[in-house]
Write a protein that binds this ligand. Structure first.
Ligand code: GFB
Length: 319
């Protein structure tokens, strides 16, 4: 049977990567919609869209996302907007017996001082990191909805927890972005303006695991298309699976890599009045490995591709 798959959030970095990947694969009908036409926070609009298009599968990449500062400064919005969209999603999945859902969370659902590498079973085993607890709580509720729905055999809700993502179509603003797009923007501006110093937030000591958006898009479409029995054999009914790259680095070293791509020869300073966030969140990828999926890009390639894309699209991108 041909499937009508709705990729929610196709204008965002991750949704775009998934959409492009599915379009290349080509066996199913892929549906997308702009926020101006259908607001996923509006329950009637969301439900009508699903019914009008006979949607029977959803890949849910729509979310309010941002870096450490955006998350910390706007907790209400991060909790509220993500909760409203997700509550509508799960109500629709349940009411209309949507055949398959792939839901995306984030590695920040795990406790701040979690044992490393982080296994899926560690969710809710300790306190959350404060800079992103609001976003994390919304995502934890999504994981829980998946688990609850999967208690009935008629549902198939897969909860994927990606690590820190970067890539094409990211948000390259200084204030709201994640670290890689933020630093790309800073080194680019410094080079352009002959500025000899770039300031990094925090101490530069935390570790992060970074994944290129094209690899995540590939992983999501791979996992979404797995047979139900094969997927649950790996995850069990909880359906929670980490998605990462294994490319873990200290922030200061990422800064040096980006500086090198720009051939920046000035100094890098650290402003510890900004928060570091969680010290480390390396994902355990044993379950992902069992699916047979493999990443295609090293961090070096991913960063180089992203910087090239940023340079080419500087005039039209979100800043
Ligand atoms: O990427 P990032 O904002 O997110 O920050 P988190 C990672 C680390 O980079 C932190 C440091 O230690 C920052 O202090 N950093 C250094 C910078 N310079 C910069 C800069 O110019 N911009 C930014 N943004 N950071 C987010 C969560 O946490 O991770 C979200 O807030 C989400 O909820 C996402 O889960 C994956 O990794 O700290």
């Amino acid at each position: 049977m041909n499937n009508n798959i709705f990729v929610a959030g196709h204008n965002g970095m991750v949704g775009r990567a998934v959409h492009e990947k599915l379009n290349k694969n080509g066996q199913n009908s892929i549906f997308t919609i702009d926020r101006k036409s259908v607001d996923l926070a509006n329950p009637e609009q969301f439900e009508d869209f699903v019914l009008d298009n006979n949607i029977n599968e959803i890949i849910f990449c729509a979310a309010k996302v941002g870096g450490i500062k955006a998350n910390n400064d706007n907790k209400f919005e991060f909790l509220y907007q993500n909760s409203v969209m997700q509550n509508n999603l799960f109500n629709i999945v349940r009411k209309h017996k949507i055949k398959k859902l792939t839901f995306l969370g984030s590695s920040c659902i795990y406790p701040r001082d979690c044992k490393q590498p982080i296994k899926e079973e560690y969710m809710l085993s300790g306190r959350l990191e404060e800079t992103n607890d609001a976003y994390a709580l919304a995502k934890i509720s999504g994981v829980k909805f998946c688990e609850i729905l999967n208690q009935s055999n008629s549902f198939d809700c897969r909860a994927l927890m990606p690590t820190n993502i970067y890539g094409y179509h990211d948000n390259f603003s200084i204030d709201d972005s994640h670290v890689i797009p933020g630093l790309i923007r800073k080194f680019y501006e410094a080079k352009k303006n002959n500025n000899n110093n770039v300031e990094i937030w925090g101490t530069g000591k935390p570790y992060r695991e970074f994944m290129f958006s094209e690899d995540l898009g590939d992983a999501i479409s791979f996992i979404h298309s797995m047979k139900k029995s094969d997927f649950y054999k790996i995850t069990g009914p909880k359906s929670l699976i980490n998605v990462g790259s294994g490319d873990e680095m200290q922030i200061k070293d990422v800064a040096i890599m980006i500086a090198d791509i720009f051939d920046f020869r000035g100094s890098i300073t650290f402003n510890s009045s900004y928060p570091d966030g969680t010290p480390r969140k390396r994902l355990d990828l044993s379950l992902l490995d069992k699916t047979g999926w493999k990443k295609k890009h090293s961090i070096k390639e991913g960063l180089k591709n992203t910087v090239d894309w940023f340079r080419e699209n500087f005039n039209s991108i979100r800043k």
